[in-house]
Design a protein around this ligand. Structure first.
Ligand code: C2E
Ligand code: CA
Ligand code: CA
Length: 676
């Protein structure tokens, strides 16, 4: 137990103490052993010597005393024994006859005076010799020898040996401390280096190597390891701060590492936020590899426009950021943005394909619009978003109204989130009329938001916000459920009316769409074949493969698809073949100027014919006059929708509308054209 705790204590000592303790312990043990060995040796030799001397003395005395016993002369014997006075080590002497009877004796009177060290009585030894005369033993002489002086001498020898040993240990210790320092200092400095590195996490530090022994080797290995770590750190840092595709720095670099340049008076710097328009389409239609090459090409074009301390970063996806100082105080940032836009828009030939890229650029100026990288970035980004909203392919300088708008949007989004829970949303129904017969065949469900302070907020304002925030997924399904429940209820009164519900592109990207739509139909019992889902061209374009797949699954469930706002988008005829569409909805913009505008008339006619040829139904949106109704009906357009018949109505108003229309059916009016 004690040994174990001692060992444990020893293990916790510093290396210097350990070595010191070990050598001191070793030397003490060795010194002790040497002293004991030498002491024992001297004791044995001294004792042997003494005994031999006393034996000789006893023999001589015995020989001299023999005649005294023979002639019965004790006086002579005593005289002989008194010669022992010159032998201080002999205490007593007794001469006995062969019969054992005491014949003569000698006592040392002052022996205690000579004894320096008083030892127990065992410190005497008896030496006995026979007294012979004429060949026979006549008595015995016994000497009692005092060993104390011998002990004393031995102790003295041991003490002097110990003294020598201790002196040697002392000298060795002094020498050892010097030598130990030579061993310990490199170890301690290595330990200090390691501690410094681990505390500061600065792997550029190196240990100083002082020796060529194992410790030196350890130092070299440590330094080599640091070298490796540093190299790896550099590689990781490079990876973390650079874009592997273009080799440009990335978002993190710009946000964390880029420094604002020192701008002298009148000097300005510009943060350009550059976003390639419809880049996703390139990725989706031609492939990601091709998309990557396009990005690399754009990076090169942008790089060729930079110089000096300008920072060009790829911000992710198809976004680039250029932070450049204006060459002269008079330089115009707008002009610079336009130059970037033109440079990127130069026709691009890649892998046998010709490409016309367009970009949206927003920018913010330092110091006018901010003095921090992040602030400028955010403002340039907001300006770029405005370009996107305004139809892409342009440049926009940041101003306060842009951020104000963005803030408004944020507020709107927050309020919209609550609007669903607070019951501020409702669904209105705009009747759809068969142009030939004038009968109501269905309706389109349109969401309405009654804001407690702002009144009715138009969908054109909040639907984009809902789309951007993803809220549209929840909102769209809510509208669908309300509409299905309502129209299912109306079927009893008005017959099998079709229901059209808008589905935004964002909803198509939601993996749960098909499941959500079909479960709404299940829950409400709405007949699937009467449900039209309205999609826009941009939805079809966003992820053609995935979108086509989702549409096929919806159609497989029995629903129908309408292409909304037809004519305003890309109007790619390829889409019409590719997707399982049942109905084209001609956008209001072509109907608006009918019948005055002959071009619009020709376009509408062409769309109607196209729909016929592709075996699709066709509907005209935004019919506001009887004349428009007439032309469209004459062109063979199947359905119409617009204020001419009715705006979107709240359920109760829709019921009144239907009730009002029933009357003329029972009492036919003269002019059949007014029968819708
Ligand atoms: P949309 O799908 O093209 O809907 C038709 C829009 O035209 C509706 O506007 C309707 O009120 C309006 N309209 C109908 N007839 C006429 C007319 O004769 N003249 C004029 N000037 N306008 C007419 P609204 O309700 O403001 O909706 C605007 C857009 O918001 C919709 O365009 C649709 O894209 C979107 N939207 C509305 N409700 C929803 C919804 O529940 N989900 C989704 N994803 N989008 C919706
Ligand atoms: Ca619609
Ligand atoms: Ca429309």
């Amino acid at each position: 137990m004690i040994l174990q705790s001692l060992l444990r204590r020893f293990a916790d000592l510093s290396l210097g103490r350990k070595l010191g303790a070990m050598s001191l312990g070793g030397m003490l043990i060795a010194g002790l052993m040497i002293s004991v060995a030498l002491g024992t040796l001297s004791w044995i030799t001294l004792r042997e010597d003494l005994l031999r001397t006393e034996l000789t003395v006893a023999r001589v005395l015995a020989q001299t005393a023999a005649p005294a016993i023979m002639f019965e002369d004790p006086m002579a014997a005593s005289e002989t024994l008194s010669a022992l006075a010159s032998h201080p080590e002999v205490g007593d002497a007794e001469l006995r006859r062969a019969s054992g009877e005491l014949f003569a004796f000698y006592r040392r009177s002052a022996r205690s005076k000579d004894t320096v060290l008083r030892l127990p009585h065992t410190s005497t030894i008896d030496v006995a010799v026979p007294v012979e005369a004429g060949g026979s033993v006549v008595g015995e002489l016994r000497l009692t020898v005092d060993m104390s002086p011998t002990y004393h001498r031995v102790l003295l020898a041991v003490a002097s040996i110990l003294l020598v040993v201790l002196t040697v240990i002392g000298m060795v210790l002094v020498l050892q401390t010097r030598l130990l320092a030579r061993v310990l200092v490199p170890v301690q400095s290595l330990v200090a280096s390691i501690r410094r590195v681990s505390e500061s996490a600065d792997y550029s530090q190196r240990a100083t190597v002082r020796t060529r022994d194992e410790i030196g080797e350890l130092g070299h290995s440590f330094n080599a390891m640091m070298e490796l770590i540093e190299e790896r750190d550099r590689a990781m840092e490079h990876l973390a701060l650079h874009d592997t595709l273009t080799g440009l720095v990335n978002r993190h670099y710009l946000r964390m590492r880029a420094r604002m340049p020192e701008l002298s008076a009148g000097q300005r710097a510009v943060m350009f936020y550059i976003d390639i328009d419809n880049f996703k389409q390139i990725n989706d239609t031609i492939g990601h590899n091709f998309g990557d090459r396009v990005l690399a090409a754009v990076a090169n074009r942008l790089l060729s426009m930079t110089g000096g301390d300008d920072v060009l970063a790829r911000f992710g996806g198809d976004e680039f950021v250029l932070f450049a100082s204006l060459p002269t105080p008079a330089a115009d940032p707008v002009e610079m943005a336009e130059r970037i836009r033109r440079a990127v828009s130069v026709p691009l030939s890649l892998q046998g394909r010709d490409l016309l890229l367009r970009v949206s650029i927003g920018f913010a100026i330092a110091p006018d619009h901010g003095n921090a990288i992040n602030e400028l970035l955010q403002r340039a980004d907001a300006a770029m978003h405005l370009v996107k909203e305004n139809g892409r392919d342009g440049v926009q300088c940041w101003d306060a109204s842009i951020t104000a708008r963005a803030n408004q949007r944020f507020v709107l989004e927050t309020e919209l989130r609550q609007a669903i829970q607070l019951g501020q949303l409702s669904v209105a129904y705009q009747p759809i009329v068969a142009l030939g017969s004038g009968t109501v065949t269905g309706m389109e469900a349109l969401v309405r938001w009654q804001h407690p302070q702002r009144g009715s907020v138009p969908p054109s304002e909040f639907i984009p916000v809902a789309e951007e925030s993803g809220l549209i997924v929840q909102l769209g399904i809510w509208v669908l459920e309300q509409a299905c429940r309502q129209v299912r209820h109306w079927h009893a009164a008005y017959g099998p009316l079709h229901l059209a519900v808008n589905v935004s592109g964002r909803q198509f990207r939601d993996p749960g769409l098909v499941q959500a739509v079909s479960s709404v139909c299940d829950r409400t019992g709405f007949p699937v074949d009467l449900l039209y889902l309205e999609v826009t061209e941009s939805t079809l374009m966003q992820d053609t493969e995935a979108a086509a797949h989702v549409m096929q699954r919806l159609v497989a469930l029995g629903m129908k698809l309408s292409l909304d706002d037809f004519g305003t988008g890309y109007s790619s005829l390829a889409y019409l073949k590719r997707f399982p569409l049942h109905k084209l909805k001609i956008d209001r913009s072509f109907v608006k100027d009918l019948p005055r505008n002959a071009d619009d008339g020709a376009i509408v006619k062409a769309i109607v014919n196209l729909a016929r040829a592709l075996d699709m139904q066709v509907l005209a949106e935004g019919i506001e006059s009887d004349k428009q109704h007439g032309v469209l009906a004459a062109m063979g357009c199947d359905f119409g929708q617009g204020f001419h018949y009715s705006p979107a109505l709240a359920p109760r108003d829709f019921e009144s509308f239907m009730a009002a229309r029933r009357v003329p059916q029972h009492q036919p009016q003269e002019d059949s054209r007014t029968r819708y």
